[in-house]
Design a protein around this ligand. Structure first.
Ligand code: PHE
Length: 340
């Protein structure tokens, strides 16, 4: 029996297979219910005890050699079949499905609205096609004011009273006409101005306007609200300053700058050497404006402010050209993939 076992070991070692099925046949030949191992076991039981000690390990070796050969041969056929059948490796983890990204203007708009919502401002929207009253007259623009000029405003040809709103302050007028104070609202939207398109200007852009009217609203409230906004948006150390300015609908009026710093050449260039950057316009709502919308200016005061979303977004991400926002260049948009 010893010779027989040694011959089988040699046979096992030398076998080669051309398919996974052939390996399986080999397995059955040895380990199957009617296989060679079964016969060998039966023979082994008849062997004289003094020979068992020598033959036992040899018999075990036959069994383990078959098992080992079967498992390595099967594995190699498996690998070959996944690699060759379609060129697809089904064992690879699935790649991600590409998602669209949020537009940077949308990211910033949402962030600004969140900051003011947390202060109790409700979001209100209004129409983009407006009449003269809501964009100009109701906001105390004198009849000859240059903002009404054909150069700034897109008028609707068949009706000179209709125009594309040049600022979101029109929504302010609509709300004041519609409701009684107190009101605390924030008004995002698209605005249109007849300007040549360049890196700094576009005929369409986005603003966010804020309005707060109640008894005893003061300029100090305005300043504190805007400081809180600037620090929430640009960072807790942010400093702001207010410069006197003019808008027909606010008195007094101011422009707000944030301190940007003068550390790099770029800082110097974008702040024109001052370290300060303008971010928005604001002021106390002119009593004429309150009265024009039927609000008692003896009882109520209010503040308003307005900012350009493009401008704030350009500052936040250091974007040098306004036109990038509207060209849908994937290489530009993909840079905001992580923003929410
Ligand atoms: N409407 C002004 C503009 O478009 C911004 C502004 C809003 C200023 C509210 C003061 C108060 O430039």
């Amino acid at each position: 029996m010893k010779e027989e076992l040694e011959a089988l070991l040699l046979d096992i070692e030398q076998r080669s297979f051309d398919s996974a099925d052939a390996v399986e046949d080999f397995r059955i030949e040895y380990l199957g219910r009617q296989g060679k191992m079964k016969d060998l076991m039966a023979q082994f039981r008849e062997v004289a005890p003094e020979h068992k000690r020598e033959l036992g390990p040899l018999l075990n070796k036959v069994k383990s050699s078959v098992e080992e050969k079967v498992s390595t041969e099967k594995a190699s056929f498996n690998k070959k079949s996944t690699a060759s059948s379609s060129g697809i490796d089904s064992s690879r983890p699935a790649g991600g499905v590409p998602h669209g990204t949020h537009h940077p203007l949308k990211v910033v708009r949402r962030e600004i609205l969140d900051i003011f919502s947390n202060m109790g401002f409700g979001v209100v929207e209004g129409p983009e096609i407006e009449d003269d009253w809501h964009v100009f007259s109701g906001l105390n623009f004198p009849p000859e004011h240059p903002a009404r000029d054909m150069q700034d405003t897109f008028f609707v040809e068949r009706d000179p009273d209709l125009l594309l709103r040049t600022h979101t302050s029109s929504v302010q007028v609509r709300e004041m006409e519609r409701r009684e104070p107190p009101m605390r609202i924030i008004m995002p939207g698209r605005v249109f101005r007849n300007e040549a398109i360049s890196a700094r200007a576009h005929c369409m852009f986005h603003q966010i306007e804020g309005l707060y009217i109640d008894e005893n609203v003061s300029f100090a409230d305005l300043k504190q609200t805007l400081l809180h906004f600037a620090q929430s948006f640009f960072g807790p150390e942010t400093k702001i300053r207010l410069r006197p300015s003019y808008f027909p609908f606010t008195e007094p009026s101011a422009e707000v700058d944030v301190y940007w710093g003068l550390e790099t050449e770029v800082d110097k260039r974008i702040t024109k050497g001052t370290g300060w950057l303008e971010i928005l316009g604001c002021g106390m709502v002119d009593p004429n404006v309150l009265e024009a919308s039927g609000i008692d200016s003896k009882k109520y005061t209010g503040f308003a402010f307005g900012m350009g979303i493009e401008r704030i977004t350009m500052l936040r991400y250091q974007i040098g050209d306004l036109r990038l926002f509207f060209e849908n260049d994937k290489r530009f948009l993909d840079q905001f993939a992580g923003e929410r």
